[in-house]
Design a protein around this ligand. Structure first.
Ligand code: SF4
Length: 391
């Protein structure tokens, strides 16, 4: 396909596709998908070689959230039987984080449910960051605590946090369909605050919530406007007991096309294969390593992933290597994560707010995924339990 040659050329020059080109990647047929993966894989390989960065999630506070994000098992009114607990003590969180680092994780992601932290919560997390860094030299720590109030990003940075995660999740036009207690602008503002405070910005999306191809392109281009250093691509985990519990819209091939499109839009940025990979990519997971240069190791916040050992075997079997703590993730021109630069200006990208075709999300083309609730396992080990973490 001429399109793929064009996209590879652009990717090697750090140029994103146009919206039309991004839509064409999503619209490729299943028969064309392996060619799409090979093309996007050339871009991934150019900027990141064969390295895969491992990240480890620690859920500091689980469940009981007052927000109503439809995809989330921790939301207000969720009847999913998840673990529910209040803040882990710094030493408890550090013990879980150490297991992840011992398993090969280079970054620890400290996550807490809730709308956003109080100043006391920020102090608590600061102590946790100190405890983790004291025991794990060189580890990167990312905080993910929800919407930030003024000054909190700076406090986290002073406490030693390297990064802050806050996902945009879906397009601005459909944000109101998945959450009513905060809006898209609130999320954008938090990512901007984190970046302005010198934290490496991490922000991504969730696919499979009934969105259209246009929505996916909208959210990926909106993310590019924020110039994040890392972009997690989640595939909806349809938890029973949440409003999206019956949304099984993805096929393995569609997941690969979504990852390829994200890679073309973010040629030189860490693209992370995140939640839901086991459920939706299934036996095609290793192909996704040709697109993403980063994955979560082991379990997620409230659900279990495949065994950490299986993640390491998958990486080795596919011919990739785990990125060491002494290796730099991003290419040299992006290497200083705390250097605050002006947001990216691209002549050929634009965020097309308000271009959704209707109020309700359209059915995704090719959405023929089969429901596999048997693959959704609520997390019963690691943080908040007496059982060893999966790392
Ligand atoms: S995504 Fe975060 S803010 Fe939304 S319901 Fe879940 S824990 Fe709460």
């Amino acid at each position: 396909m001429d399109l793929l040659n064009t996209l590879v050329d652009k990717g090697l020059r750090r140029q994103p596709p146009t919206r039309e080109e991004a839509l064409a990647v999503l619209g490729a047929s299943d028969a064309e998908t392996l060619d799409v993966v090979a093309a996007a894989g050339r871009v991934r390989n150019h900027w990141f070689g064969r390295r895969v960065k491992l990240n480890y999630l620690v859920n500091l506070k689980s469940g009981l959230c007052p927000e109503d994000c439809s995809y989330c098992s921790q939301r207000l009114g969720s009847s999913t039987g998840i673990l529910k607990y209040s803040w882990l003590k710094p030493e408890e969180a550090a013990a879980v984080a150490c297991a992840g680092v011992a398993g090969g994780a280079k970054r620890v992601c400290l996550v807490a449910s809730g709308r956003g932290p109080t100043d006391r919560d920020v102090e608590r997390v600061s102590k946790t960051i100190a405890a983790i860094k004291e025991q794990n030299e060189g580890v990167e720590v990312c905080a993910c605590l929800g919407l930030l109030s003024e000054g909190q990003a700076g406090k986290l940075r002073e406490a030693g946090a390297d990064a802050y995660n806050h996902n945009l999740n879906t397009s601005e036009a459909t944000y109101g369909d998945i959450c009513t207690t905060h809006d898209f602008g609130d999320r954008v503002s938090t990512v901007q605050q984190a970046r302005a405070a010198g934290l490496s910005a991490c922000s991504g999306l969730i696919a499979g919530m009934g969105e259209s191809d246009e929505d996916l392109v909208d959210v990926v281009f909106a993310l590019r406007e924020l110039d994040p250093d890392s972009v997690p691509v989640n595939f909806l985990i349809p938890f029973e007991g949440t409003p999206l519990g019956s949304e099984w819209n993805l096929t393995p091939q569609r997941c690969l096309r979504i990852l390829a499109m994200t890679r073309f839009v973010f040629p030189d940025v860490e693209v992370r294969l995140a939640g839901g990979r086991e459920l939706h990519l299934r036996s095609l997971q290793p192909l996704a390593l040709h697109l993403a240069n980063s994955i979560f190791l082991g379990d997620y916040l409230t659900s279990e992933g495949q065994a950490g050992r299986a993640d390491l075997d998958m990486i080795a079997d596919a011919g990739f290597t785990v990125e060491g703590s002494d290796e730099v993730t991003l290419p040299p021109h992006r290497v200083s994560p705390h250097q605050v630069s002006p947001p990216r200006q691209d002549g050929d990208t634009q965020v097309a707010a308000g271009t959704a075709e209707g109020d309700a999300p359209a059915a995704a083309p090719g959405a023929t995924g089969v429901a596999r609730p048997d693959l959704v396992a609520v997390r019963r080990r690691g943080a908040g339990t007496d059982l060893a973490p999966n790392a």
